[in-house]
Design a protein around this ligand. Structure first.
Ligand SMILES: CC(C)(COP(=O)(O)OP(=O)(O)OC[C@H]1O[C@@H](n2cnc3c(N)ncnc32)[C@H](O)[C@@H]1OP(=O)(O)O)[C@@H](O)C(=O)NCCC(=O)NCCS
Length: 148
């Protein structure tokens, strides 16, 4: 298997279009180009881009708030899933978080997103709350966290 490169895309607009395109290809609800611009200019936001053979295949965005970090999105293009790309990116986020003295990682995920819930459980996240009717169509959010 050829090598996957994880690029720290934070605090620069170099990868703005790449991230916008990936987000649009992976998620039904994606951030507008100017929202991505704000994210990338925000010093509290960590963004990673995964590249394989010069192709952008996945990304993650996480926001630091005091001694906690929220994973806002992790997405991998469909053809590249189950190859540990998200695991690789998450490892980078956790390593960077630890280096910032962060103690807790949290996130919320749609209860119908079974693959994401299984992914996070596999990484040691536990459910601490269910937010009823949080998403469109009255779907619940599963709130998960991990102490690092
Ligand atoms: C969730 C997602 C990020 C996982 O990415 P990935 O690169 O395929 O995940 P990995 O290969 O690192 O998976 C690691 C482990 O997580 C679990 N897992 C991941 N996807 C799974 C699935 N579809 N079904 C069951 N378990 C799954 C498995 O335990 C897996 O280990 P294994 O393959 O050895 O069994 C990917 O499915 C995705 O991009 N989904 C669409 C976007 C999304 O919903 N993101 C999450 C909400 S922000």
């Amino acid at each position: 298997m050829s090598k996957i490169q994880i690029i720290n895309a934070s605090n620069s607009l170099k990868y703005l279009d790449a991230l916008y395109e990936l987000d649009k290809d992976i998620f039904n609800t994606f951030w507008a180009n100017n929202q991505w611009e704000n994210e990338l200019k925000n010093e509290s936001v960590i963004t990673f881009l995964a590249v394989k053979e010069n192709k952008n295949i996945g990304f993650a965005s996480a926001g630091i708030c005091a001694n906690e970090i929220e994973i806002r999105k992790i997405g991998i293009l469909e053809n590249y899933r189950r190859q540990k790309v998200a695991s690789f990116i998450l490892r980078k986020i956790l390593d960077m978080a630890k280096a910032h003295g962060i103690l807790k990682v949290f996130l919320e995920v749609n209860e119908n997103n079974k693959s994401a819930i299984l992914f996070y459980k596999n990484k040691g996240f536990i459910t601490y709350n269910i937010r009823r009717g949080y998403y469109e169509k009255n779907e619940n959010a599963v709130c998960m966290q991990k102490i690092i």
